[in-house]
Design a protein around this ligand. Structure first.
Ligand SMILES: Nc1ncnc2c1ncn2[C@@H]1O[C@H](COP(=O)(O)OP(=O)(O)OP(=O)(O)O)[C@@H](O)[C@H]1O
Ligand SMILES: [Mg+2]
Length: 136
């Protein structure tokens, strides 16, 4: 397990760089952390690190947002917070996303724990005052 302390928002991009390196071949990454921990913010920095040019926002109205990395790899950013049951994930066609070659960055994976693939990376963010501790 590695740990990065982000004590200032300016340190986000170097943290994102380290995380992208750690993913290696793994494309499905679950982001754990309480509300407001900084999951969306970190995912946004990771997407920037992967060269996404288009505006990246929290998928507030949709469960999944799609982006394209500079290398032409698709990125799906999920926020399952508002999911009422796993049936909604089936309706969404989650398997098509998770078992594609795309990156899948998942907020609130707890909501679909039973649907997570056998192998995925885990990133946990905790708040420590104004700092964020990222373990992966
Ligand atoms: N590394 C950081 N350092 C300082 N502030 C941060 C950091 N990461 C996030 N924040 C701030 O914390 C707030 C919440 O961040 P964010 O929306 O990313 O949290 P979240 O974990 O995605 O929350 P939710 O569970 O509601 O989706 C934002 O105002 C953001 O600017
Ligand atoms: Mg969020």
């Amino acid at each position: 397990m590695s740990k990065i302390i982000i004590s200032n928002i300016s340190e986000l991009s170097s943290a994102a760089k380290q995380l992208v390196k750690s993913f290696e071949g793994q494309r499905v990454v679950a982001f754990y952390g309480e509300m407001g921990a900084g999951k969306t913010t970190l995912i946004k920095a990771i997407c920037e690190e992967l060269g996404v040019m288009s505006a990246i926002s929290s998928p507030t109205y949709s469960i999944v947002n799609e982006y394209m990395s500079a290398k032409g790899v698709k990125i799906y950013h999920f926020d399952f917070y508002r999911l009422k049951n796993v049936g909604e994930a089936y309706d969404l066609g989650y398997e098509d996303y998770f078992y594609s070659k795309a990156y899948c960055f998942i907020e609130w994976p707890e909501k679909i724990q039973e649907l997570m693939p056998l192998e995925y990376d885990k990133v946990t963010i905790t708040k420590d005052g104004e700092s964020r501790i990222v373990t992966f």
